[in-house]
Design a protein. Structure first.
Lengths: 255, 248
């Protein structure tokens, strides 16, 4: 009974808020271009479902491509850094500087470099940029996370540097890599959306472009509809990654 | 024959200062030596010197037992969580170039010797504390070491498991007779397992004295009730007390 109540509580709150919103719109008669009622948003979602789904897929595809590229490059660089303390010292400040620079600020520059004919490349590149860091720092931390006593045993048994990386440090870093990929995937979506905004109408016709486009036409219900789809996609992706992380950890630990 | 020795070694750490020494200790083949002393007396440092995991600041370390002939068991089981018990035990062999199949077969035998037959494919998370410690012991024994170093190996276990494991270690010792050095702060455990108990003063560790226990190894049943055991325990305890005063 309690568990049922726990599960229903958030939905009850959402229903309550939507009800209040709907009532407020009807009572005050606020114009729909300013604040459409939830019923109008729902109608917009139903009406535009095929094109919304296509837009969602465009954004998701960019985020997933970016995630793959970010994953490969971040782990490769982390491995180099892990092999040489000197490389780490060289890379760290540069990596931190790039990390704290807002992706919105870099977007116009990347759009120029990608060329006016290929805004989709810029969007992918920007999403890669934001997804890179959590995976990179997860990998760097993970490679150093092995039990110091296990490191001593590898000393004792005269392990080579390669053996140490392949048989100790890489497997020890798995939990950190899983966490890094979870965060990175979430950020890849954000990066893709921000980059779409930056690219404007010429960019990928994803959800952010839908929001911009509807905004320009004052179709507020469509704006909110795109936002709702974006939120649902974010929640679904997060839930999926959470599950993947837990399954991965269970496999790593053997239960 | 001497397996390893420390000759007037001293170990200084950058911030903490002197951790050990001057300290001399010579280990005979097949002997079981207990290093007893208060926490922070440098027992574990002495063990790392004997293992060759660390070098002394001054003095010399002689090691007749080379790489691959020395094994260490730490306070925690220190098993890799992503490997099965068998894979963990096979690791030292595989790292030194033994083919995987042979290594895993020998690992299976080592696990059977410590009483873990049937648990070969379990992961460390599925083992109890005592079982994990046994797997760790199997990993140390799989290379047939001439020198086996145990750093407070039973400290985290309950009393019953400790006693069983102490008997098991002695039984295993009888098979190949490696020189064993184990660190403990438990006087009873030291006198039960060792034929030589070396008492170390409060840090920086020096030798406060040593007690030889001439009784059959492994110990006969009821050894803890004998006069030999009781006298040895008293001697070690008074050396510990004297060691604490020496440092103070």
């Amino acid at each position: 009974m309690n568990r049922l109540a726990d599960a229903l509580a958030p939905f009850a709150l959402i229903a309550l808020l939507l009800g209040a919103w709907e009532a407020a719109c009807r009572i005050t008669g606020v114009p729909a271009y300013f604040l459409p009622p939830p019923s109008a948003v729902a109608a917009a979602i139903v009406q535009d479902l095929p094109s919304l789904a296509a837009a969602a897929w465009n954004t998701l595809a960019v985020a997933l491509i970016a995630l793959v590229i970010a994953s490969l490059t971040a782990q490769a660089v982390a491995l180099l850094v892990g092999l040489s303390p000197l490389i780490e010292k060289a890379v760290r400040p540069l990596a931190s500087t790039l990390q704290v620079t807002p992706v919105v600020a870099i977007a116009p520059l990347v759009l120029i470099w990608a060329g006016i004919d290929h805004p989709e490349r810029a969007v992918v590149a920007l999403a890669v940029l934001v997804a890179f860091f959590p995976i990179f720092s997860g990998a760097v931390t993970g490679l150093k996370s092995a039990d110091p006593d296990l490191e001593r045993l590898f000393d004792l048994y005269g392990a080579t540097r390669l053996q140490r990386v392949l048989r100790l440090r890489l497997p020890a870093s798995v939990p950190f890599l899983l966490e890094g990929h979870k965060v990175g995937a979430g950020l890849a979506i954000i990066g893709a959306v921000v980059a779409e905004f930056g690219a404007g109408s010429g960019g990928i016709r994803g959800l952010a472009w839908r929001i911009l486009d509807a905004g320009n036409k004052l179709q507020t219900a469509k704006m909110i509809a795109a936002l709702v789809v974006l939120a649902v996609m974010g929640v679904a992706l997060h839930a999926l990654l959470d599950r993947l992380e837990r399954a991965g950890l269970a496999w790593w630990r053997g239960r | 024959m001497t397996v390893a020795s420390l000759e007037t070694v001293e170990v200084d750490y950058p911030r903490r200062g002197r951790a050990l020494g001057p300290f001399s200790l010579s280990l005979e083949a097949g002997g079981i030596t207990a290093l007893v002393g208060p926490s922070g007396c440098g027992k574990s440092t002495a063990l790392r010197l004997l293992a060759g995991l660390e070098g002394p600041t001054r003095g010399t370390v002689q090691r007749a037992a080379g790489r691959g002939e020395t094994s260490v068991v730490f306070q925690a089981p220190t098993l890799a969580p992503w490997l099965t018990a068998r894979e963990n035990v096979a690791l030292p062999l595989e790292l030194s170039g033994v083919p995987r199949k042979t290594a895993r077969a020998q690992a299976g035998e080592a696990l059977a010797r410590v009483g873990l037959k049937g648990a070969e494919d379990a992961r460390p998370a599925q083992l109890s504390g005592g079982m994990a410690m046994r797997a760790s012991l199997a990993r140390a024994l799989v290379t047939n070491p001439r020198l086996l170093l145990l750093d407070e190996p039973f400290a985290a276990l309950d009393e019953i498991t400790r006693r069983t494991l102490a008997d098991d270690v002695l039984a295993l010792w009888r098979e190949t007779k490696p020189a064993i050095v184990f660190v403990t702060h438990n006087v009873e455990e030291a006198c039960y397992m060792a034929d030589r108990v070396v008492v170390i003063t409060r840090g920086p560790g020096r030798i406060a004295g040593e007690v030889r226990i001439d009784a059959q190894l492994p110990r006969p049943a009821g050894f803890r009730a004998t006069d030999v055991f009781r006298q040895a325990s008293e001697q070690v305890s008074s050396l510990l007390a004297a060691g604490a005063e020496m440092a103070a």
